[in-house]
Design a protein around this ligand. Structure first.
Ligand SMILES: *[C@@H]1O[C@H](CO)[C@@H](O)[C@H](O)[C@H]1NC(C)=O
Ligand SMILES: *[C@@H]1O[C@H](CO)[C@@H](O)[C@H](O)[C@H]1NC(C)=O
Ligand SMILES: *[C@@H]1O[C@H](CO)[C@@H](O)[C@H](O)[C@H]1NC(C)=O
Ligand SMILES: *[C@@H]1O[C@H](CO)[C@@H](O)[C@H](O)[C@H]1NC(C)=O
Length: 486
């Protein structure tokens, strides 16, 4: 855990210390016990003794662990409930939105990713989880915001998982698998429950944005243009495609129900209604090469790759308020505003925990429907790969007719966990599938035939170097985009 040096601090004044000493019955010049020795000075987390400059008196101050700030009583610690969450090529970091005191800006202990960084990034503030995809391993992880409890959510992604998003109500995580060309879902209640929702274009892409509106029942994702579907993958439509040329980095502004995105080619930020109508441009001289975007209250936070920075701008006028992060050499790859207050649950949501997740055994999707012209949500239960919903509409039974898990490319080997790997990786002594299913069948070299459990921490060496680096794909795609379209 983090040490006190990185924590928020408020220091008692020397006057307060003198008052404390007087109250405790000590005169000046007497040897006094540390004020922290008695009940930790009343501090909830840490007590810090200091010498006040004038009279060499002992004073003390309370400090809090990373992720907390000092309450108004100067003794208790309060969890920071909103902060900027972002990732670069080495770490996932949290930065407090308003600087409590200079120098104390870390809102979470930094999460180390493998050498290529993490592109997909989201959170579930109700469960205190941060979700991210590791670019070189192509694995989706989650970790508590306090830095503990790291675990694998999905090993099956094959291409680079650039976008992932969490429905914090129905507890579903969506991601795009660019090798298979699929939009997939994983239940965060039980991550063994996964399925393919939609087939989309199979091209390894530039960063594809994906967002979910749990309280309206929609998912949005960008390809060439922006597509919208119900949360269960049905009712797929293209939104207003003539207006967008190369949208990236989607964001939903839940306060106004507007969809925001960066257009990579026109280098503009745009926003529209949830049905794609009323597209507006934000023109700002501060924006040069917008890539990813997050909105929060009156602000948007934009990763600009030309400036190597995360900029805070007004979400309607585009006026620059602050440069939040500047990282000349580290690639900024993800940005969100972690906020409990953004992740609301509407009353009577059919897939909420209060509704027992719609009574669904494994997966619950809240899909829109209209009754007397009023938009409402209803629960639709679904089942993981290889199973189907039973006649009760809720429980899951084996489905003998399930589509085969076969990989779309003939040169690929299908792992048991739905991952696709090149056949040449089978029996090469490295667990490329991450469930060892590529190393157990007919591998003749005895030392490699031992099945091993899915590792919780996957070694970075070996197989990782075989993966296509997202960064490379992303850069290449931008170059191609300029060549072909401009
Ligand atoms: C403890 O107090 C001293 C003096 O006020 C200060 O310089 C130091 O940074 C404090 N340490 C922590 C961990 O806050
Ligand atoms: C970290 O957070 C999780 C979830 O809130 C909690 O269960 C766990 O006890 C915390 N661990 C520490 C060391 O604070
Ligand atoms: C998760 O789901 C799997 C398969 O659906 C089931 O076998 C397993 O018991 C579940 N785990 C928990 C903790 O509920
Ligand atoms: C293993 O090899 C044998 C003999 O070459 C073959 O008959 C069998 O189908 C193979 N099994 C698998 C699972 O590849």
């Amino acid at each position: 855990m983090a040490k006190a040096t990185l924590c928020f601090a408020h220091v008692f004044t020397a006057t307060a210390a003198v008052l404390w000493m007087a109250a405790a019955g000590y005169g000046q010049g007497e040897a006094v016990p540390s004020p922290c020795s008695n009940n930790n000075g009343g501090c909830q987390h840490m007590c810090n003794v200091s010498i006040s400059d004038s009279d060499s008196l002992l004073a003390y101050s309370c400090t809090c662990n990373i992720g907390y700030h000092l309450a108004e009583d100067m003794h208790n610690c309060v969890l920071v409930d909103e902060f900027l969450l972002y990732s670069d090529d080495k770490f996932i970091k949290g930065k407090v939105l308003s600087n409590v005191s200079p120098g104390y800006i870390a809102a979470i202990p930094p999460v180390t990713t493998s050498n290529a960084g993490s592109a997909g990034l989201d959170f579930d503030a109700r469960d205190n989880y941060i979700y991210y995809s590791d670019v070189s391993q192509n694995i989706i992880y989650r970790i508590y915001r306090n830095g503990t409890g790291k675990e694998i959510v999905s090993t099956s992604p094959n291409g680079c998982v650039e976008g992932l998003v969490v429905d914090w109500v129905a507890k579903n995580l969506y991601y795009i698998d660019s090798r298979k060309g699929t939009l997939n879902v994983v239940s965060t209640r039980n991550v063994t429950n996964q399925r393919v929702l939609l087939k989309i274009t199979k091209k390894p892409s530039v960063q594809r944005g994906i967002v979910v509106h749990p309280n309206k029942g929609y998912i949005f994702f960008s390809e060439m243009g922006i597509s919208r579907a119900y949360t269960d993958g049905s009712n797929l439509i293209k939104l207003n495609s003539h207006n967008q040329r190369w949208p990236r980095g989607l964001a939903l502004d839940f306060a106004t129900d507007r969809l925001y995105w960066c257009d990579v080619l026109s280098e503009k930020v745009q926003h529209s209604n949830l049905d794609g109508t009323d597209v507006r441009d934000i023109t700002s001289t501060s924006i040069r090469s917008p890539w990813l975007i997050a909105t929060h209250k009156d602000w948007m936070y934009i990763i600009d790759w030309d400036r190597d920075a995360i900029m805070k701008l007004h979400k309607l006028t585009g006026v620059l308020d602050n440069i939040e992060v500047r990282q000349p050499r580290n690639w900024l790859m993800g940005v969100k505003v972690y906020s409990e207050h953004e992740q609301l649950i509407v009353k009577n949501h059919p897939c909420s925990i209060a509704a027992d997740y719609g009574g669904c055994q494994k997966l619950c999707f809240a899909v829109p429907f209209k009754k007397w012209k009023v938009s409402l949500l209803k629960a639709r239960c679904d089942c993981p790969f290889g199973e189907k919903v039973d006649s009760d509409g809720k429980t899951c039974v084996a489905d003998p007719n399930a589509e085969s898990m076969a990989c779309p490319n003939a040169q690929d080997f299908a792992c048991n966990n739905m991952r696709c790997i090149p056949k040449a990786y089978v029996c090469d002594g490295y667990d490329d599938c991450h469930d060892n299913s590529d190393e157990v069948l007919n591998c003749t070299r005895a030392e490699y035939t031992e099945p091993s459990p899915v590792p919780t921490v996957v070694p970075v060496s070996g197989g990782a170097s075989k993966c296509i680096q997202c960064r490379f794909v992303i850069t290449l795609s931008i170059v191609l985009a300029y060549l072909f379209v401009v």
